[in-house]
Design a protein around this ligand. Structure first.
Ligand code: AMP
Length: 224
């Protein structure tokens, strides 16, 4: 049987978390839980949550801690996450969310294996996000070339491939500033608890995946 895993991936927007999470989720056979993707799905469906989150997301701000903690608590309590584990992407984003996550994992009696900081410098992520395109229907990521393809149809599901509403330069810079001010303290938070491993996110996606799997497997190996 393939052992599952319970991990958090931290990193600037555009560090390649989305791509690596999909691969890790296949490797360990665990759900990839992206809070940004969950919110975007609610916006598409026009739910109450989606209506409330949309403006905040478009302006590059953060949705309130209480709402986010509730969403993640529900999701981690479901059977697949309880039995196999999960890859948490986009949560926690604040120390308050990290503290609440400890309470959730304690209650479920399923501690986190590892917290990964996928490290890519700010100037590199700005370049990457500007070129990022995403399928409106299934969320598959693409990279735009020098000439934008219009219309651009998703190879996976046939949906429209577009630039995300919150991938404008102003919103990106605001999100990166927010990352520095609110999320970087998490690196300290998990570092102090000896749960954090920093992985270099620059390089071919296959190479980065190998670094991640190596770090995760080392961490899960029982002590000799
Ligand atoms: P992402 O796809 O992770 O970049 O998330 C897109 C947007 O969703 C963010 O810019 C926030 O507005 C919102 N969001 C996602 N996850 C969280 C979270 N854990 N806490 C607050 N807001 C979030």
């Amino acid at each position: 049987m393939i052992p599952g895993a319970r991990l958090i991936i931290l990193g600037r927007q555009g560090a390649g978390k989305g791509t690596q999470c999909v691969r890790l989720s296949r490797h360990y056979v665990v759900p990839h839980i992206s809070t940004g993707e969950m919110l975007r799905a609610s916006v598409r469906e026009g739910t109450e949550l989606g209506l409330a989150a949309r403006e905040i997301m478009d302006s590059g701000g953060l949705v309130g801690d209480e709402i986010m903690i509730g969403i993640v608590d529900d999701r981690l309590s479901r059977d697949d996450a309880r039995t196999r584990g999960y890859i948490l992407d986009g949560f926690p984003r604040t120390v308050k969310q990290a503290e609440a996550l400890f309470e959730i994992t304690d209650r479920l009696r399923k501690p986190l294996d590892i917290v990964i900081d996928l490290d890519v410098p700010r100037d590199r992520v700005l370049q990457r996000i500007t070129a990022r395109r995403v399928c409106r229907d299934c969320g598959t990521n693409y990279v735009a070339g020098p000439v934008d393809r219009r219309p651009w149809i998703c190879d996976v599901c046939g949906g429209d491939v577009v630039q995300r509403d919150d991938d404008t330069p102003d919103a990106i810079n605001q999100r990166l500033d927010l990352y520095e001010s609110q999320t970087s303290p998490l690196i300290e938070f998990y570092g102090e608890r000896e749960m954090l491993v920093v992985i270099d996110g620059v390089g071919h996606p296959d190479e980065v995946l190998n670094r991640l799997v190596y770090a995760i497997d080392q961490r899960r190996r029982p002590p000799a």
